[in-house]
Design a protein around this ligand. Structure first.
Ligand SMILES: C[S@@+](CC[C@H](N)C(=O)[O-])C[C@H]1O[C@@H](n2cnc3c(N)ncnc32)[C@H](O)[C@@H]1O
Length: 276
């Protein structure tokens, strides 16, 4: 909802532009969910918005096949996290998005999965609001949905999964996440862990210490919906061992309903996934 404050900031910006005697139309920032990787999981709205982009600012998790759907004339800027070279800080990304929009451009901030699920979309939205830039959001298929769908394992299921909770496996500054393990340890409750691969040992230990049975079915899906997707079925007690050989991105799912999950076939792990 546009507040009076937003409107007055926007008016202030228009006055500034008018002061230079230029008629510059207001730009816009679109926070667009690109889904988990398979381009066919992009929404029609995401595609339409992407096709209207002047600038595409994207994460590393967004595939080239999806980036290729933007106009050839659109400027593409990667803000992927890099281990060796300079990564853009969140402040730099916020400033970049708002600066382009203030120049009158249509900016598409393309994010893996959904922008509002562990995607820092909220921070970018707030940055736009602070300077009176219009910001719109297109939801995307989050990794958890793709993982459950590929494995044939529902995240909620009558009789064995009355609730589902999405958690992060990492605290914002790294280290152990601040989670209420007792709540997550309740039976018939699906727990989906994002960014949890390197914390699998600790997460499994915390859940079991809080009372979740070690025999609770678990699933790990690496590269969900992509050609190199890998699915491993295990139990909570076996989670750390199952996570050990994987590089990610991967999602960890613990819950009774994961008893329905199907692991990858050998041919699939060899990259020969048949397209259903
Ligand atoms: C910063 S979070 C972004 C989540 C994203 N906004 C979403 O809605 O899926 C990155 C984490 O999402 C998960 N993830 C993203 N894409 C994935 C995929 N294709 N397969 C499995 N996990 C994925 C992994 O846990 C990864 O560490």
């Amino acid at each position: 909802m546009t507040t009076r404050d937003d409107r007055s900031k926007r008016a202030e910006r228009l006055v500034l532009l008018g002061g230079r005697g230029q008629a510059v139309a207001a730009g816009v920032v679109w926070l667009v969910g690109a889904g988990p990787g398979d381009p066919e999981l992009l929404t029609l709205k995401a595609l339409a918005v992407l096709r209207s982009a002047d600038v595409v600012v994207h994460d590393g998790l967004v595939s080239d096949e999806i980036l290729d759907l933007a106009p050839v004339t659109a400027r593409r800027i990667s803000v992927a996290k890099r281990k060796s070279r300079h990564s853009h800080s969140q402040d730099e990304i916020n400033r970049m998005l708002t600066a382009f929009a203030l120049e009158g451009l249509t900016v598409v901030r393309l994010k893996g999965g959904d922008p509002f699920i562990f995607g820092r979309g909220g921070e970018e939205l707030e940055a736009c609001r602070e300077v009176g830039v219009e910001c719109r959001v297109v939801p995307g298929v989050t990794a958890a949905f793709a993982a459950g769908a590929s494995a044939g394992a529902p995240l909620t299921h009558r009789g064995s999964a009355q609730a589902v909770t999405f958690v992060t496996g990492h605290a914002a500054q790294g280290g152990e996440p601040d989670l209420h393990w007792e709540s997550l340890a309740r039976a018939n409750h699906t727990v989906v862990i994002y960014m949890g691969l390197s914390m699998a040992t600790l997460i499994a230990a915390r859940l079991m210490a809080a009372g979740r049975a070690g025999s609770t079915p678990a699933l790990i899906v690496e590269n969900a919906s992509r050609a190199d997707e890998r699915r491993v079925t295990t139990t909570l007690a076996g989670l750390a061992e199952a996570a050990a050989g994987l590089k990610g991105p991967a999602i960890l799912i613990v819950g009774e309903a994961m008893a329905l999950a199907q692991a990858s076939l050998l041919s699939e792990t060899d990259g020969l996934r048949a397209h259903a």
